[in-house]
Write a new protein. Sequence first.
Length: 555
Amino acid sequence: MDMTVGVLARMVGLSVATRPAWIRWIGPDELNALEAATGVSGVSIQSMTLQAYDTRALGLQPISHRLDPAFPFGALPRSRFCPRCLRATQGRWQLGWRLGWSFLCVEHRCLLVDVCPNCGKHQRRQQNYSRTPTPTKCACGCDLIGVRSQTLGDEHPFVEAQRVVSEIIAGEVATFGIFATMHTSAREALTQIRSIANRVLNYASIHGLEAVQPSELTDGLRADVIAGKPSQARHTLNDSAPARAVDTAIGVSAALSILRLPDVSRAGVSARWIVDGQNADTGPAELRSCGRDGALSAAIAIEARRPALGPELQLRYRAAVTMPCAPDIDLPRVSSIAASLPSVLWREWSDRLLLDVRRTLAMRRTLSCATLLVGSTVKPVAAARLLGEVITPNALNHRLWVLQGSAYWLPMCAALIRLSDYLDANGALIDYGRRRRLDYSTLLRNDAWQQMRRSDGSQLRIRSVAAARSYLVAELGGSARRDTQDVVSVAAFEKALTSDLRTTLAVRAQTFLFEQGIDEPVSWHPPLGLLKDLALPQPKMTRVGTHAQQTQCAG
């Protein structure tokens, strides 16, 4: 019609702001005016704005209708373009080119162009109302339909990646690969793709685009297209789309190659090259961002990093379960779990976990401390202190590494995670925090012990009252002495106990609790059914007599 955009906008009642809202959304008054002036339905007009992609490929804030900056990649403040499409349509600019998720023209199998090759400027950043538009030309006069773009083959991974992303946006759900067993909305799926794509581009900012795997991603690309690295190391949670179409294509394609796998375990193995090549000085440490990242992409990153993690971090990030996650248990919750946990882990559990590690009191203490590290940020020494233990960081760290050296470390780690979750959700029948604070001076007096011995006809020596008392304290409080001589004497005492004397001592322990006003069983342990389906074989019963029988019954 040979008129400026400003004249046309005023005729149909549209705003003439520099960055008009009608690119994103048209209000009721403007919509009615446009509908009356053009004869086009309001529904059709709204479909010509970015609102058509709201909640699927971008987000609009409910009241202001501004773009939601937290939507992954979302919309660009400009438009990429396909020169061949501009030629075929005499200058029609597609709405989808404004999406951060658009990097390739599927029809012409070419990467979208980011800037005018003549002036180096992005296109359609703001509306010019004083000029009669020439849609096929840049403001500098460059003919955009003649711009050279990178053409690809039908089977190139970029082409398939753009198809997959477009299908997610159109269908509003993701159903491929790792998403097949869950109903995943478009936004959630794009969040996971964004996180992994950003990790890929962080890797590329160090090593270059050509180092990204799989290697066929850069097959056939011209040297000038992949020249240079991504402009800056990208944080995992960076929601802004990459500056270049080729960066987006490589990041998204590599992410999809990982997410096409059926589970977190295999996806983590496939992503291992990304975390192995990270540099914490130039980009995000992959674990640091997991607490605020999407659950799936965080799990994949943790699984990818797992072989390089020490025992403490494997416990904190729950690396031995199907869906690892970042620590989220604060100190009050850790203290609550500690109150449900003995200082020395229950023998019934220790026997099942310490299969190729010596079942010493020190290692049983370490298991209890390790349970408090699961999913938490509390320091190991602080965890030990909550259990009434005093230990140096080096000694505790050494013992944790001994546990990790077990051939059964992963199922052991998974068992401790289940135990922590069980105690967090259900607590225990015994308040071990209170038991650790009890005064046991009246637990077993000498005269009471002498009477027990005479009734039992036992050959135990008179001075074994100290061992008997230590034995009962351990049974009640879930703790044990550290003195080597005391440990040996208690072990010898327990081995020599008859079943009748053991029962008599249990009655005395129960009476002591009643005297303290405590209505709890003498001893307890969480159900061993929690260990079901873990790769933990049944331990060999090296003990004889009552304890082995009790262990089997508890199971």
